[in-house]
Design a protein around this ligand. Sequence first.
Ligand code: NAD
Ligand code: G6P
Ligand code: MN
Length: 435
Amino acid sequence: ELKIVTIGGGSSYTPELIEGFIKRHHELPLRELWLVDIEAGKEKLEIVGAMAKRMVKAAGIDCEIHLTLNRREALADADFVTTQFRVGLLDARIKDETIPLRHGMIGQETNGAGGMFKAFRTIPVILEIVKDMKELCPDAWLINFTNPAGMVTEAVLRYGRWEKVIGLCNVPIMATKNEAAVLEKSEEELFFKFAGINHLHWHKVYDRNGKELTAEVIDKLYGPDAKPEKIVENIKNMRFLYEQIVQLEMLPCPYHRYYYMTDSMLKEEQEEANKEGTRGQIVKRLEESLFELYKDPNLNYKPKELEQRGGAYYSDAACEVINAIYNNKGTRMVVNTRNCGAINDLPYDSAIEITSIITAHGAEPVHFGAFPSAQRGLLQLMKAMEELTIEAAVTGDYATALQAFTLNPLVTSGDMAKVVLDELLEAHKEHLPQF
Ligand code: NAD
Ligand code: G6P
Ligand code: MN
């Protein structure tokens, strides 16, 4: 019998998670689910918590749902802890997006200056959670979904010294579904091999006879006759430079657009911000209408409207990872885990995002080997940037933060980097006690 704790339980994504548990209830005997939030999220927690209770009841499942603002009370004897919190709420995200954009840089939740600041705000909180877990549920698994998911996972491993952690993202699931559709095959007929870091990984595709289909998919998605690719809702579907993708001999992830197409993505972002607002501002409106729906006492299933959020299908990842660990399934999934030599080009202790086998002892990454120069150069630069960001998040050291800014390809280096860093430090100071 299982006790699961979800931190950031007031998230509008919670019905996804509940749906995932309901789908798997024959295999996953979940008896207690604790949704934890903070004072600022109390109203959301109550609305989505009541909806979660209705969903479970309608499914006829014997699972108690507890709502609490007391994290320590919830964590006692948990088997799995999932995290989906947002320090500083959407207002902080909007600052991460608007401030860099005002200085002519990409303003994005997990990339560039904004992504580094999300790490600065989030890492101290995740390390506090780990500290509580050591005391209250030392055998539990931490399934992290909180962004930036890769850096958060690495912080837990390196600084939290907590081994039982897996980080998740829905992007590989979206890609797998989309490419199977494009190839007119089922996902089971295909083998996907992903490697890289969160929001910056590449992959290859094979059929069940071992034939590689990567070039065919590249052609179908990015070739001269390509139809627009279906990607996550939060990223503009800008056409990649075909020759560049062909040279990679691997499929990029949607976030590569920020690095391979920086000028056109920036232009697009600026136009969108002027018209409809930044993604955070759009999400704020979306979230309000979602919570209006959730208030309906007759709504007892996940509404279709949730698909407008970028994190669609994440419950499939979160619930499936829990299922694979609990039932020692050996499921193949793309997760954030410790490298341990799977990617030759990155340090042994780095968190990477990679196709892995999930069993009761956690994630076993499938060995990838070495990347060609184009991938390796960007990957090593970004990993060094992540290391510095994580270190700055832990120590609050200004110069380390400045180095991270300088390495990040989406930040203009030099005096401008310092200007944006200082402005963001000031704007977020309430959530950055370490600086
Ligand atoms: P949200 O703004 O709804 O935040 C979720 C909840 O966290 C809120 O109810 C908020 O009150 C609560 N919260 C804030 N600080 C907290 C704390 N210290 N302890 C406990 N709860 C706290 O956010 P969202 O849009 O649902 O996204 C949640 C998180 O999941 C974000 O970090 C987001 O980036 C991430 N996310 C990740 C993926 C992925 O692919 N890994 C996909 C979607 C969202
Ligand atoms: C994608 C990413 C997530 C990100 C989300 C944003 O799916 O994988 O890591 O948080 O979209 O979605 P939103 O609806 O909040 O813009
Ligand atoms: Mn993600």
